[in-house]
Design a protein around this ligand. Structure first.
Ligand SMILES: Cc1ncc(COP(=O)(O)O)c(C=O)c1O
Length: 362
């Protein structure tokens, strides 16, 4: 089907709304009559600064970021933040607590160990990261600079259904794969960060939301480019920012507004996830990998009883126009990433295809 869009279930970079891509295409060579593309503009130009300011203001409004918190756009994706978080915060007391619920929190904790003492507040390793620890299982220490967790585990398909209570210790959350999918009380977080290439924009940066109270505890050798204080003082323009990614985030936020903001998105994403999980619960061939109470609404992991059948499914799905369903190489099986931009129809059609596959391969 040349020319047609397919259903892309990639975990990231991932699907963007067609209307956003079309708008960007329409503005590509001549942005609103200014005679050049956004890609070609000086980041200090009046036109670009208005894009930048509007994007920041829209994110602040849609996520209801209070005035106590600063929004930063930083290069380097989410992995950059694995270093930036301890460099900027661990110096408060010299130690931090990490909940390990998958690959990315594990990587973040390993990075933090270079800069201070890291306590493991909880780990879901025993269940193969198919579960999320309960509040009562969290070992939160008084003297921690911050409590770190990954709110949605992209690889394992699990999601924290509650905001941990760290007893007054600032919360740091990696929300790369579920930001903007539901309302959030930003005031209860010290730092929220997200690599943007899932629910926000094309790849190339992280959005960081930080409580201004935490801006001044960086370790003395923190590289300037990683410093939250320096980024705040320069309004995210310590150097040339990822201009086009920020512009695309702006278009995505306008689209999100049209879906009813984060409240609208929460309804839509819950309904989409329910279609897939209901099917998995009824199926005799496919089963969900994550524990029912920890299931992610963004990354749905599942498998059949046999690896050959998994491979056959992934191959046939691709031919039918459902791509990137292969699970992460660490876990195998399948994963359907159904971020905000995945249309409901993509999920219903995937389920129809799965039902057909099940009938044909009994
Ligand atoms: C939850 C989570 N955190 C961090 C990362 C790493 O992101 P990046 O590639 O932007 O460094 C990913 C990537 O998929 C992710 O899903």
């Amino acid at each position: 089907m040349p020319g047609e869009r397919i259903y892309n279930f990639s975990a990231g970079p991932s699907v963007l709304p067609l209307s956003v891509l079309e708008r960007a295409a329409g503005e590509m060579t001549n942005y609103r009559g200014c005679g050049m593309s956004v890609m070609e503009m000086s980041h200090r130009s009046r036109v670009y600064l208005s894009i930048f300011e509007e994007t920041k203001a829209d994110l602040k409004r849609l996520l209801r970021v209070p005035d106590t918190h600063e929004i930063l756009f930083m290069h380097g994706g989410a992995t950059f933040q694995f270093s930036a978080v301890p460099l900027n915060l661990i110096g408060r007391t010299g130690r931090a607590d990490y909940a390990i619920t998958g690959n990315f929190s594990d990587l973040a904790a390993k990075e933090a160990r270079k800069y201070g003492d890291v306590g493991i507040a909880a780990t879901s390793e025993a269940s193969g990261h198919t579960t999320i620890p309960a509040q009562s299982e969290l070992r939160v220490s008084d003297g921690a600079s911050y409590f770190y967790y990954c709110a949605n585990n992209t690889i394992y398909g699990t999601e924290w259904k509650y905001v941990p209570d760290a007893g007054g210790v600032p919360l740091v959350a990696d929300m790369s794969s579920n930001i903007l999918s539901a309302p959030l009380d930003v005031s209860s977080f010290g730092v929220i960060f997200a690599g943007v290439q899932k629910n926000m924009a094309p790849a190339g940066m992280a959005a960081v939301i930080i409580d201004r109270k935490l801006l001044d505890s960086q370790l003395p050798y923190t590289p300037n480019i990683m410093s939250y204080r320096a980024a705040t003082d320069a309004d995210s323009m310590l150097n040339t920012p990822p201009c086009y990614t920020i512009y695309m985030l702006g278009l995505m936020l306008k689209w999100l507004d049209g879906q009813g903001g984060v409240e609208g998105m929460e309804r839509i994403k819950s309904a989409k996830a329910r279609i897939l999980y209901d099917f998995l619960d009824d199926s005799r061939m496919f089963r969900g990998c994550a524990a029912a109470e920890a299931r992610s609404d963004m990354n749905v992991t599942f498998r059949t009883q046999r690896e050959e059948l998994d491979a056959k499914f992934v191959g046939e799905a691709e031919l039918a126009g459902f791509v990137n369903l292969k699970g992460h190489r660490k876990v195998g099986g399948m994963r359907a990433s159904i971020y905000n931009a995945m249309p409901s129809e993509g999920v219903s059609k995937l389920v129809d295809f799965m039902a057909k596959f099940e009938r044909e391969n009994r």
